[in-house]
Design a protein around this ligand. Structure first.
Ligand code: UDP
Length: 415
């Protein structure tokens, strides 16, 4: 197990005041004070890549600034373990996966090793996603409060995997899902909390045009024609091939370019294979740019989102899809699939356009490319929607309330 000790947020709490107002910050301070002297130990499976990391690396330092002793650890696992947990991930999203008894045995074996190696020092344990879910076994020995935070769309999970995980989940004190659609029949408390973006992070802060231009140049891009951008790990559930297909339909009539930019995540062993598939599919079309973006290239991602004429997120499944809030915060028109947590962010024809098929995506892209005024209006609405609902400060408040509520013994929890 590693320990993320270099975490340092460059944003100070007071810097958020012009965006969210003084009273929001005051509320946070009042709630945080009630947790003084307690340790929140967060555990997930990687420090690099994906939405969970994106949130934790800003949330943990902000909690620390609020005087809450929040710390972050990751479990360790070999490639085979992450292959199994990626199958769990896909299966929970409803995809068919072959999961053998040996796979379940390997999962339990690696969990045992982590149970021995990890130092469990928290008063509250905040466990993210399926990879570390079975660490709950430690509760029998040390007690304390345990929360499982599920970032996956589990509205139609594969039954076999859900049953396996269910036995661990029920030992938690509470579970957090991202959307009301994901709520489950469980004998423990469930909280529905959407993820968030940090408006002051390198990923989302304002950039000057010189910075944007230099990032475009670095990746060999020019803004001489409208740019459609999808930012995602190279994962089949993000449907990069579907994006290319939609783009090809659009570019028959409208001269434009497509950027598919993404990286890999330590806990996602499939990404290199998917990247190769995408590269092969895009070969020969000079208007399609497939970019492998190194980890921690937040300014680059920010610049690509800001350079976009339209941001697309054509996921087949999506827990939430932070990339959408990131794009909306930049007032970009967004075309995104109506799956998982996406409709919480995209209210069709109000904060963006939802699509259901490749053809639908192509139609929406054409509509926005040919009507910049409408596209701009959607983007502005989208920014306001994110401001009201998906900024890190309200997310922090929700989590603080979850932890505080665990020490109350009433069945009714008002958030
Ligand atoms: N991201 C990134 N570099 C990449 C691809 C994605 O920094 O090459 C970021 C992206 O900007 C977002 C997060 O990783 O902040 C992905 O979160 P999302 O919820 O969209 O998808 P997930 O990867 O968790 O399925």
């Amino acid at each position: 197990m590693q320990d993320k000790i270099y975490l340092q947020s460059r944003s100070r709490l007071q810097d958020y005041e012009p965006i969210v107002g003084r009273s929001s910050l005051e509320e946070l301070r009042v709630l945080a004070e009630k947790l003084s002297g307690k340790i929140i130990q967060t555990i997930n499976s990687t420090f690099v890549g994906g939405g969970v990391v994106e949130i934790l690396e800003h949330m943990v330092p902000l909690l620390n600034q609020l005087g809450v002793d929040a710390r972050w650890d990751v479990i360790s696992g070999n490639e085979e373990f992450f292959e199994v947990t990626k199958k769990f991930h896909n299966a929970l999203h409803g995809k068919r996966e072959r999961i053998s008894p040996e796979d379940f045995a390997l999962f339990s074996e690696v969990t045992e090793r982590n149970l021995e190696e990890i130092k469990f020092y928290g008063d509250y344990f905040f466990i993210h996603d399926p990879q570390p879910v079975a660490l709950i076994a430690k509760k029998r020995e040390i007690g304390k409060r345990w929360v499982w935070r599920c970032h996956i769309d589990v509205s139609k999970p594969d039954k076999k995997v859900w049953r396996f995980l269910h036995d661990f989940i029920v030992d938690y004190d509470a579970v957090v899902f991202s959307s009301p659609n994901f709520a489950q029949q469980l004998p423990i408390r469930q909280f529905l909390i959407t993820p968030s973006i940090d408006p002051l992070s390198d990923k989302n802060k304002e950039l000057d045009s010189g910075t944007i231009d230099s990032v475009l140049k670095k990746y060999g891009l020019t803004s001489d024609k409208p740019m459609i951008v999808q930012i995602s790990r190279f994962d089949r559930l993000k449907d990069p091939l579907g994006v290319i297909e939609a783009f090809e339909m659009v570019s028959k009539n409208i001269d434009c370019q497509l950027v598919l930019a993404g990286g890999t995540a330590d806990d996602d062993p499939e990404s290199e294979e998917v990247l190769e598939e995408v590269r092969r599919r895009a070969e020969g079309n000079h208007d399609i740019h497939v970019l492998l973006v190194p980890p921690e290239s937040d300014i680059d991602i920010n610049a690509l989102q800001r350079a976009a004429t339209i941001v697309i997120q054509k996921s087949l499944k999506e827990g939430f899809g932070l990339t959408i809030s990131e794009a909306l915060w930049k007032a970009k028109p967004v075309v995104a699939s109506a799956v998982g947590g996406i409709p919480l962010q995209i209210k069709n024809k109000l904060t963006g356009l939802l699509c259901y098929t490749v053809e639908g995506a192509a139609y929406a892209l054409k509509q926005l490319l040919s009507n910049p005024e409408y596209a701009n209006w959607l983007g502005q609405n989208g920014r306001e929607h994110v401001k009201q609902n998906f900024l890190i400060t309200s997310h922090l408040k929700d989590y603080l309330l979850v932890f505080l509520s665990l020490d109350q013994h009433s069945d009714v929890v008002y958030l």
